[in-house]
Design a protein around this ligand. Structure first.
Ligand code: 13P
Length: 241
């Protein structure tokens, strides 16, 4: 299976910057030997969708509400995201867990996203304290179980993002990534589930190919570096060669 290069633009770009950068992803997509996806901020979704038209780059969203029905001021529903052309939705990103999102809420979001025909990208990962206490596998297993415990056959993606490696420039050692990805794969296999498992956390042009070569790493989820035009070009060049 081709690797997935997934850009999470967080709150970094204006809508105009997002549209411009999306065009440069779209222009290079055909030369790249990986699947590309971009999750811009909500306000940029429409412009980025336009910029990606006719290319193979998939549109994603960074979050979704857990219910399509009813009146929910301030939320964006999976149905609205599907209508704008989103194919992936990130759920359970650590920056949202830090705001109080629980495993139960994340499970509802993942189910709602899948019910609307999109692919949830479930983020899991431990804090620095949890790793120091060697409890990373227990933490990740609980995060997986909460969402996949009753999962059936809808497509999904898992992203392992150790919290202490996000936006810190302190990437996880490839051997630690390898161990965790093997663990996640074994948990999926126990449930007869197949999914791409991405690594995320301070990925940039200097370490992209190292992570992609780690066993059981099916792609990367990239924040900061995926928003900087020079780093984007460098990474897409690496994927083209
Ligand atoms: P950075 O690549 O900025 O560390 O962010 C990773 C991330 O959180 C992607 O979802």
């Amino acid at each position: 299976m081709r690797k997935l290069f997934f850009a999470n633009w967080k709150t970094y770009l204006s809508d105009t910057e997002a549209e411009t950068l999306a065009r440069s992803y779209a222009e290079r997509a055909a030369a790249v030997s990986a699947d590309l996806a971009i999750a811009p901020g909500f306000t940029a979704l429409e412009g980025v969708a336009r910029a990606l038209e006719g290319s193979s780059v998939a549109l994603g969203a960074q979050d979704a509400f857990w219910n399509d029905e009813g009146a929910h001021t301030g939320e964006v529903t999976p149905k609205q995201l599907a209508a704008i052309g989103a194919r992936f939705v990130i759920v359970g990103h650590s920056e949202r867990r830090a705001l109080g999102e629980t495993d139960e809420l994340i499970a509802r979001k993942a189910a709602a996203v899948a019910a609307d025909g999109m692919t949830p990208v479930l983020c899991v990962g431990e804090t620095a304290e949890e790793r120091d206490a060697s409890s990373q596998e227990r933490v990740v297993q609980a995060q997986l179980e909460a969402v996949l415990g009753s999962w059936t056959d809808a497509p999904f993606v898992v992203a392992y993002e150790p919290r202490w490696a996000i936006g810190t420039g302190r990437p996880c050692e490839p051997k630690d990534v390898e161990a965790m990805h093997a663990f996640i794969r074994s948990k999926l296999e126990e449930r007869n589930l197949t999914a791409r498992v991405l690594y995320g956390g301070s990925v940039d042009p200097s370490n992209l190919m190292t992570y992609l070569a780690v066993p059981n790493v099916d792609g990367v989820l990239i924040g900061g570096a995926s928003t900087k035009p020079a780093e984007v070009l460098a990474m897409l060049d690496l994927l083209a060669s």
